[in-house]
Design a protein around this ligand. Structure first.
Ligand SMILES: Cc1cc2nc3c(=O)[nH]c(=O)nc-3n(C[C@H](O)[C@H](O)[C@H](O)COP(=O)(O)O)c2cc1C
Length: 170
């Protein structure tokens, strides 16, 4: 019997480049986190760091870079919507990954009963109230208690090795 072939690790020292490389090899869905400020302005950013954290109570976890312009708005509103993007929404992903002033100007959306912006065409829209904020490294983790869920279904947008993919059954 042949000995199993063990792959050699990539010849990169432990550091930010290797960290980013291994992180990019972990596939994720893509969401846009949205909120509405007290003055009525709408804010949001693209995010892959979204976890279904707890069933009882229903909670989601999101993680924001401390440099995010949306972070202080979320800390003030204490409410956000997680919009799971569909496979047709790459343009929306890139728009909300930018620093554009009004990201909503060209994006179809509506305000929910809770006053949160929901992106049309998303697979699901999950509205949460922030229940805790945990600073960690260069990010801030927010835990949100689920207040409302609108599920439309469809195929999600997948991000893997720095490019977009679609779900392919194995
Ligand atoms: C696929 C993808 C996933 C991302 N995931 C996150 C994330 O989990 N957390 C985060 O803070 N930024 C993430 N970003 C980067 C933000 O979207 C980006 O920094 C954006 O400009 C922030 O906008 P803001 O400063 O208006 O809040 C991601 C970007 C892309 C393209």
């Amino acid at each position: 019997m042949n000995a199993p072939v063990i792959a050699k690790p990539a010849a990169l020292p432990i550091g930010p480049d290797l960290f980013k490389t291994v992180s990019s090899h972990w596939p994720s869905g893509v969401a846009v986190i949205t909120t509405a400020a007290g003055d009525g302005s709408l804010h949001g950013l693209t995010m892959s760091a979204v976890i279904a954290l707890s069933l009882d109570p229903m909670q989601f976890l999101i993680s924001l870079d401390k440099t995010s312009n949306t972070l202080p708005v979320l800390k003030a509103t204490k409410r956000f919507c997680i919009n799971f993007l569909s496979r047709e929404q790459q343009d929306i992903c890139m728009l909300f990954a930018s620093k554009a002033a009004d990201k909503f100007a060209s994006v179809s959306h509506r305000l929910s009963d809770l006053g949160l912006p929901l992106i049309e065409g998303a697979v699901s829209c999950i509205s949460c109230d922030v229940s805790s904020i945990i600073p960690s490294g260069d990010h801030e983790i927010m835990i949100g208690d689920v207040r409302d869920i609108e599920h439309f279904g469809g195929e999600p947008l997948i991000h893997f090795k720095r490019t977009f993919h679609q779900v392919q059954p194995g």
